[in-house]
Design a protein around this ligand. Structure first.
Ligand code: NAP
Length: 266
């Protein structure tokens, strides 16, 4: 993929390169024309990113000074402290992006004290393979060119959606947390495969291909999961017996409640 013009001369850094920050900066690594930087509390964690061409920086002010776009990838309760450390190095044109659950745009504005642009983004881990979904909170105060740059940046790692604040937590509960639901479901299916005699590797491989293929079918224009499911369930067949069991044990209701539990906590 070509680097969008808006990012051509930009330096991009991440403070806190763990699961999510690492997935973002690691996903961007190797894309032509991007200059990437990383700082992590435990520097050893940066090694795989450095191997991909990311420049390790020894501290927060150093990273902020080097970068036009700064992604904060630490846990939510650490965001305030990281911004306080970054404050002296912030420039008016710096774009500070938080991916932290529960840290609002208002929190970010207060923390930077008007010294730079702030953006709230909710990612998910498939960013690592270019298939992330990024919710970006709409913000009429942000200059259009800055918003375009942010859309272009995350567009390199998957797809983007602009969200009003009132939908942000719902997006987080459904999509930010979503990969965990899918992996949990896949792990359970693989467990069934092992129970029936497949090796764990065979079962995981089969389930992964199953999910990839089913997602491709569901993504066809006009597809609907309920109709696709009906097409697999022959009258008096084996699949409808399994679906009956899922319905009797309220798996559908439990899935809905699981997402609502995440939403209630967000
Ligand atoms: N994981 C997801 O699927 C997901 C999805 C959406 C949003 N998020 C958001 O992403 C953020 C990170 O979550 P995560 O799951 O990626 O956590 P994580 O794996 O624990 O990563 C956080 C990283 O921040 C580093 N760190 C902590 N304090 C630091 C500091 N002062 N300066 C620099 N680095 C520091 C940690 O370093 P150490 O190596 O020393 O621990 C760790 O590598 C959270 O705010 C979360 O809400 C995560």
């Amino acid at each position: 993929m070509d680097t969008p013009a808006s990012l051509a001369d930009k330096t991009i850094g991440c403070i806190g390169c763990g699961n999510m920050g690492g997935a973002i900066i690691g996903g961007l690594a190797g894309m032509p024309g991007l200059r990437l930087f990383g700082y992590n509390r435990t520097p050893e964690r940066l090694a795989p990113l450095v191997a991909k061409g990311v420049t390790a920086v020894p501290d927060i002010p150093g990273l902020v000074a080097a970068c036009d776009i700064v992604i904060i990838g630490v846990k939510p309760y650490l965001v305030g402290g990281v911004i306080a450390e970054a404050l002296p190095a912030l420039k008016p044109e710096t774009v500070l992006i938080s991916i932290a659950a529960g840290v609002t745009l208002e929190d970010l504005r207060e923390a930077v004290r008007g010294r730079c642009h702030v953006v709230r983004v909710m990612p998910n881990t498939p960013a690592l393979v270019g298939a992330g979904i990024f919710g970006i909170q709409e913000d009429p105060e942000l200059p259009e060119a800055v918003f375009r740059t942010v859309l272009d940046l995350f567009g390199l790692l998957g797809s983007t959606i602009v969200l009003p604040e009132k939908k942000f937590n719902a997006f987080m509960a459904l999509v930010g947390c979503g990969p965990a639901y899918v992996f949990h479901f896949m792990d359970a299916l693989a467990e069934a495969g092992v129970t029936m005699g497949f090796t764990r590797q065979e079962a995981l491989d089969l389930v992964t291909r199953l999910v990839l293929g089913s997602a491709k079918l569901a993504a066809l224009p006009g597809s609907h999961p309920a109709i696709l499911r009906e097409q697999v369930c022959s009258p008096a067949g084996v699949t409808i017996a399994a679906i009956n069991h899922l319905d009797r044990t309220a798996v559908r209701g439990h899935l809905i409640d699981a997402v609502l539990a995440a939403y209630a906590k967000s």
